[in-house]
Design a protein around this ligand. Structure first.
Ligand SMILES: Cc1cc2nc3c(=O)[nH]c(=O)nc-3n(C[C@H](O)[C@H](O)[C@H](O)COP(=O)(O)O)c2cc1C
Length: 378
């Protein structure tokens, strides 16, 4: 019985190889920040209210100008197409059917054009700053041609955080059958048939840019060679000048950086530590959300990600001032567990959890959510 994101996670574990599952689950170094993201959310408690008319609860809102049936978007995750064949297409379709935004990563398996051709609704597109600005421009042009409704620029991966489970598991892109993983893959026949031997197995957006044979080591090397460690706020302004639509800056964890992002022309910023995958020892996203909301002071939208595993977590982030939230792992586990139906299920689970939580805190609309629905942790 699938009743929670945890249930989807357990199912995912049974359906996909260990190396792929761990690629999602992993955090940087000792995974302290990864753990803090969920622990700090869990430590918050709600203020229960009674005898308030909550017969009509509305979750509708907008995020970066995109109408959303609830304050949730699917965040950008690389390699989604390895969790399920055509993963990015299925994600975009599920999000469109549920009325929430989907953000596609540059590091996807399906290409931006594949997803555009398969979905009726415009989606968001995420990119990093590359040394070769020509490639950034090319991606911007492709996003514009695909009528993407927002561009998300991720700022927190100038260098790649070390995620130790990946080299230990021998993760390669495309995935390869080796002596070590044969048994693991043989016990996931559906995944093996559709992904291991499927037609899309490597980075769809990087065709012609990543060398022919690419192990994970090569990806790490490719990242080091391509991602621009010298990028600065002028480069963000450069992207701003090239993209006329909504610009979302993702990966802000500090009030000063939030102000810089605003000055660089952000329409929205995402308070994020990349799901604990970059700087281990950084604070949890939720612990810094209030100071960033205060620094931005309503001048652009503030979104949130990091540790969201339920509609209750969404309510907590909104209570601390987030306009909307993004999910990474909750989405990937659902996708791995049951493809498009799994993603739809995850969104439905979170929607119901959010609706019930708002009702039991005496709240009927997203606009009415505020710090008053929380009892602050000690
Ligand atoms: C497997 C995986 C791949 C990711 N790939 C990207 C990416 O390509 N671009 C990006 O901006 N963020 C990426 N992220 C970070 C997510 O967008 C998001 O910030 C993070 O997952 C939020 O934490 P959560 O997983 O606890 O929800 C990735 C996260 C995971 C788990």
């Amino acid at each position: 019985m699938i009743l929670s994101i945890d249930d989807l996670r357990e199912l995912a574990k049974k359906r996909i190889p260990r190396a792929i599952f761990d690629y999602a689950a992993v955090g940087a170094y000792a995974e302290r920040t990864l753990l803090r993201n969920t622990a700090d959310l869990d430590a918050m408690t709600f203020r229960q209210r009674v005898m308030i008319d909550v017969s009509k609860v509305s979750l509708a809102t907008t995020m970066a100008g995109t109408p959303a049936s609830m304050p949730l978007a699917i965040g950008p995750t690389g390699l989604a197409g390895l969790f399920h064949a055509d993963g990015e297409i299925l994600a975009a379709r599920a999000a469109a059917a549920c009325g929430i935004p989907y953000c596609m990563s540059t590091m996807s398996i399906c290409s931006i054009e594949d997803v555009r051709a398969a979905t009726p609704q415009p989606f968001w597109f995420q990119q990093y700053l590359m040394k070769d600005r020509g490639f950034n421009q090319e991606l911007i042009d492709r996003a514009a041609a695909a009528q993407c409704s927002a561009l998300m620029l991720t700022l927190d991966l100038q260098v790649l955080g070390e995620r130790r489970r990946d080299p230990r598991n021998g993760l390669t892109i495309p995935p390869r059958l080796t002596l070590r993983n044969t048994w693991d893959m043989a016990t996931k026949p559906s995944w093996a048939l559709k992904v291991l031997f499927g037609k899309r197995r490597t980075f769809g957006n990087l065709a012609g840019r990543i060398g022919g044979s690419s192990g994970f080591r090569t990806l790490a090397e490719w990242t080091a060679a391509q991602f621009d460690a010298s990028a600065n706020w002028r480069d963000v302004e450069w992207v701003r000048s090239r993209w006329p639509g909504k610009l979302i800056l993702k990966g802000v964890l500090d009030a000063d950086d939030a102000r810089f992002g605003l000055a660089a022309g952000a329409d929205a910023i995402v308070v994020s530590n990349h799901g604990g995958r970059q700087l281990d020892g950084a604070p949890s996203s939720i612990s810094v959300l209030p100071e960033i909301v205060a620094a931005i002071d309503g001048r652009c939208e503030v979104m949130f990600d990091g540790g969201i595993r339920s509609g209750q977590d969404i309510a907590k982030a909104l209570a601390l001032g987030a306009r909307g939230t993004l999910i990474g792992r909750s989405f990937l586990y659902a996708l791995a567990a049951a493809g498009e139906a799994g993603v739809t299920k995850a969104i439905d689970i979170m929607r119901n959890e959010l609706r019930v939580t708002l009702a039991l805190t005496g709240t009927s609309t997203i606009g009415a959510v505020g710090p008053h629905i929380l009892r602050m942790p000690a």
